[in-house]
Design a protein around this ligand. Structure first.
Ligand SMILES: [Ca+2]
Length: 155
């Protein structure tokens, strides 16, 4: 596992907090805002279970800011492949709390399969999305995020 921590957030904490607890606070901030690439080949559903067990969920990308964070995390581990991220289609929903997605960043000509044959989302190293067969085996990005406090619901 390669861990990535939102460095800007950590540095911000270190700069603004200058008492002995600083280390603890900055660590807590990192843990709350962490994106991790798991380099194990799993189906989307297996990846989701793994992330929910060990982190919070598959990574949520619902803004340009989220996308930049993921890109930073991906670049930090020299990510060159594709990996599952936290959304799937019924219509497209986030893994997190079954929320319908409100932000999309599809790769050229994606999504390209209109039915449910490709119902899970991957991200490439440009931060662009494709729909893909959920049973394909891929690496995946988990997230520990401050937006993700609430209880999980199954699909
Ligand atoms: Ca596709």
């Amino acid at each position: 596992e390669k861990h990535f921590c939102a460095l800007s957030l950590c540095l911000e904490q270190l700069n603004t907090v200058d008492f002995p607890a600083a280390g603890i606070l900055s660590k807590a901030s990192c843990d709350l805002d962490r994106i991790v690439l798991i380099e194990e080949q799993k189906t989307w559903r297996e990846a989701q279970s793994y992330c929910r067990e060990k982190y919070t969920d598959l990574v949520t990308v619902q803004s340009d800011e989220d996308r930049a964070k993921l890109k930073e995390a991906a670049d930090a581990v020299s990510f060159t492949s594709v990996a599952w991220i936290g959304f799937y289609r019924d219509v497209w929903h986030l893994s997190y709390q079954n929320t319908p997605i409100s932000y999309e960043k599809w790769d050229l000509s994606q999504p390209d399969i209109p039915d449910t044959n490709e119902a899970c989302g991957v991200v490439n190293n440009k931060g662009l999305w494709s729909d893909k067969d959920c049973t394909a085996l891929d690496f995946f990005f988990c997230q520990t995020g401050k937006k993700l406090y609430s209880t999980h619901r199954p699909l």
